[in-house]
Ligand binder design. Structure first.
Ligand SMILES: Nc1ncnc2c1ncn2[C@@H]1O[C@H](COP(=O)(O)OP(=O)(O)OP(=O)(O)O)[C@@H](O)[C@H]1O
Length: 231
């Protein structure tokens, strides 16, 4: 049987008093790659924030990577975040440290203490993203595509079950976007990692077709529920 990494039932998502998405029922399984599309302001980021515990779940039930979103508090949210990797459009790397130091900072902040294990892990993730020789560089000495790879390397540090990516190709040229997509897809395949990727990039979606969640008019439409033969 497929293992659910995300399961939302009858969820209503609010920003303040505003109901942004209503009656969300969604299951995403281990190793699945899913796009999240929709016009600006229709709730893509709000959904992602709910999944990583940045927006509290007020109505409905939700489970992410084994965590019950209803019971996640400010005390337990760091544990949820450790089982997730989050990748943003703007890379959010520390500019005063080189790549290696950026990655080590995250490992220490998430409870790693053994220096040898940390070094091995940093090597591992840099190799996966194809930047093994760039550990000494600072973020501003790297191209946008390289910075995005580092951001992905950072997301991989704690071997996440789920990666949430908010427009990871948003600032990149088509060729570099393509390379980042190939990297994300290979991560999903090689590590059986579930990936949910918010994007406006239809070039990417057409080239790498996958299940699509679309936010529109306060609802989520799921291509997995679309069966033309039953219409
Ligand atoms: N911090 C906030 N406080 C109040 N309302 C917010 C907040 N963040 C977003 N909203 C509102 O919630 C709705 C959904 O926003 P959200 O950022 O989830 O959309 P989005 O689909 O991710 O948009 P984009 O494609 O521009 O990133 C919008 O009406 C927005 O104005």
């Amino acid at each position: 049987m497929s293992e659910a990494v995300i399961k939302l039932e009858n969820v209503n998502i609010y920003q303040g008093a505003n109901l942004v998405l209503r009656d969300v029922n969604l299951q995403v399984n281990k190793g699945e790659f899913v796009y999240l599309v929709g016009k600006t302001g229709t709730g893509k980021s709000s959904l992602l924030k709910t999944l990583y515990g940045d927006l509290p779940l007020k109505e409905g039930t939700g489970h992410v990577a084994g965590f019950d979103l209803k019971t996640v508090t400010w005390k337990t949210v760091p544990f949820l975040r450790r089982t997730l990797g989050v990748v943003f459009q703007d890379f959010q790397l520390l500019t005063d440290r080189n790549v290696h130091e950026n990655l080590k900072f995250v490992l220490k902040a998430t409870g790693w203490t053994d220096n040898n294990l940390m070094e091995a892990k940093i090597n591992d993730v840099l190799e996966k993203v194809g930047l093994k020789s760039k550990g000494f560089k600072r973020p501003f000495e790297m191209s946008g595509g390289e910075q995005q790879r580092i951001d992905i390397a950072r997301a991989l540090l704690n071997s996440p079950k789920l990666i949430l990516a908010d427009e990871p190709t948003g600032n990149l040229d088509p060729e570099t976007s393509d390379e980042i997509m190939q990297l994300l897809i290979s991560i999903s395949k090689d590590y059986d990692t579930t990936i949910v990727m918010a994007t406006h990039d239809y070039l990417v979606i057409n080239k790498y077709p996958a299940r699509i969640l679309r936010t529109e008019g306060g609802k989520i439409y799921d291509s997995a529920n679309y069966h033309p033969e039953s219409v």
